[in-house]
Design a protein around this ligand. Structure first.
Ligand code: PMP
Length: 441
């Protein structure tokens, strides 16, 4: 099939996630047939640097020979077997390895499929935990404005973004929505080094008045991703955790986007010295090869789910939870992280990325140049200071022609390349983005 035939069939039969009909009808989107390292290749042999790590999942790039080997070794052995009253070595070893990544290793791993399903499990675990303790009135959540935790209904309730989720508002349970920190563009006009985290006062007030009804606070650590890479200081997360402790409320840390080295630490919560009650992992967990996610829960919580004397079993589960193929790739992913010192490299290379993006500050219509580890973002504004979404789209189209794949979030243009991107390629990528911004005014 040639490119036009692929596109015609696609336009007839496929429904693309987060894609406008007009974009699919009007744009000459690439047909990706191959991936190698930091690049994707289309059916005509054109190469694209995957500057978004394929929706932030492919931290080790594409076609990693050891991950391919892990998958091909596992495939003939056992492709699937359930975790309901059964087990298999991959899930057992992976659960142990994951728990060892946290300061308090006495944890339990509840495997799910996509990130959203790990968030759903985390929310339900928090609610049932209080139910198990005889406090069923503690079933409400505190969440930030501009949060995003996935697209299933529970995740949408806590991570509501009006531009995505308005049609579903009637289906969502109410949450306590509080002001989120956003240090680069502080809504209060304060400076991060002297603000005393004043933006967390609304969260503190809600916890003071309503702790008796609240099951948990849920956050994206250090950066609210989907709402536009809204980066905040680790001190804020330290304070959020302290507030949760003070009011006896659980903390759910959604590391689905920021975990696995993106911020220059294995998990973003490490920057804040926080060991959350429940951690959600997804995306990079299985190296970006297969859907796999997990809610990782402190042992004290797990213990309340016993079935004796009363039955507190967690009646929740997904068919492919802990899938052996995904588990094999995830184990190999962790092995590569340790052997190749991926997080240490991401921290160092991230500094190069930030330095290479810094000159973007001088470009017209560019605001709030910011970054965190292997993530860099800028806001585009028009001459009236309004978000310039059209310019962001032009920049993405221009870069695609240059062989760089990005996906702006509204007027926010960002880079989240694979963590293995060589430093020279990072510097070149930042240069290409700066040039794209300069040439598309
Ligand atoms: N939480 C966060 C912080 C995310 O960024 C995402 C996805 N972008 C999700 C949850 C949902 O993950 P998934 O798309 O795999 O369901």
């Amino acid at each position: 099939m040639n490119t036009n035939q692929y596109r015609a069939l696609d336009r007839q039969y496929l429904w693309h996630p987060y894609s406008r009909h007009s974009a699919i009808q009007e744009n000459e989107f690439p047909i990706i047939v191959r991936g190698k390292g930091i690049y994707l290749f289309d059916n005509e042999g054109r190469r694209y640097l995957d500057a978004i790590s394929s929706w932030w999942a492919c931290n080790l790039g594409h076609g990693h020979p050891h991950l391919v080997q892990a998958l091909t070794d596992q495939a003939p052995r056992l492709q699937h077997s359930i975790l309901g009253n059964l087990s298999h070595p991959g899930a057992i070893e992976l659960a142990e390895r994951l728990c060892r990544l946290f300061p308090d290793k006495r944890r339990r791993v509840f495997f799910c499929g996509d990130g959203s399903s790990a968030v759903e499990a985390a929310l339900k675990i928090a609610v049932q935990y209080w139910h198990n303790l005889g406090q069923p009135q503690r079933h409400r959540f505190v969440a930030f404005s501009n949060a995003y935790h996935g697209d299933t209904l529970g995740a949408v309730a806590v991570g509501y973004l009006p531009e995505f989720h308005a049609p579903f508002q009637s289906l969502l349970f109410p949450v306590f929505r509080v002001e989120a920190p956003f240090c680069g563009l502080c809504a209060r006009g304060l400076q991060p080094d002297s603000c005393g985290q004043a933006c967390l006062a609304p969260m503190a007030a809600v916890l003071s008045s309503h702790a008796a009804e609240i099951a948990a606070v849920i956050i994206e650590p250090l950066c609210q991703g989907a709402a536009g890479m809204r980066v905040y200081m680790p001190e804020c997360l330290t304070k959020i955790a302290a507030l949760c402790r003070e009011h006896g409320v659980l903390l759910i840390d959604d590391e689905i986007a920021m975990g696995f080295g993106r911020t220059g630490a294995m998990f973003a919560c490490e920057h804040a010295g926080v060991d959350p009650d429940i951690v959600c992992l997804g995306k990079g967990l299985a190296g970006g090869y297969l859907p796999m996610s997990a809610a990782i829960v402190r042992a004290e919580l797990y213990e309340t789910f016993a079935d004796k004397p009363a039955d507190h079993t967690f009646y929740h589960g997904h068919t492919f939870a802990g899938n052996p193929l995904a588990a094999a790739v995830a184990l190999e992913t962790l092995r590569i992280y340790a052997e190749d010192r991926i997080v240490q490299y991401a921290r160092k290379a991230g500094e190069q990325l930030q330095a290479a993006m810094a000159p973007a500050r001088d470009l017209s219509g560019v605001h709030n140049v910011r970054g965190l580890g292997m993530l860099a973002a800028v806001d585009l504004v028009d001459c009236n200071g309004q978000p310039d979404i059209a310019r962001a789209r032009r920049i993405a189209a221009w870069l695609l022609k240059q062989g760089v794949l990005i996906r702006p979030l509204g007027s926010v243009v960002y880079l989240m390349p694979p963590l293995i991107t060589p430093e020279a390629a990072l510097v070149q990528l930042a240069g290409q983005l700066r040039q794209a911004i300069a040439e598309n005014v």
